[in-house]
Design a protein around this ligand. Sequence first.
Ligand code: FES
Length: 102
Amino acid sequence: MKFVETYSLHDIAPGKSRPVRIGTTDIVLFNVDGTIHATENSCLHGGAALSGGRLCGKVVACPAHGWRYDVTTGALLVAPEKGLRTFPVRIDDGKVFVQVEA
Ligand code: FES
């Protein structure tokens, strides 16, 4: 599987996020203290885009009804056995690459 180039690293400031679509997969990239994490960009509750949520440390709150996720693992905080898909991230020459299964 290939890593796909997305943004420049400096386009995603610490504490911020950016949505990206790769193929048919909607992903959100989060910058947690300088490390980029990638999860699916769709809340498990009602499908709201998590890229519109507030990131506090490694936790994002869904903008619709507030479900909270650990973006480093994808885990739903109140039920960690459930969670968002996560995707491998690689940084190369200041660019953010994400690996998505076909
Ligand atoms: S859609 Fe995310 S909490 Fe309801």
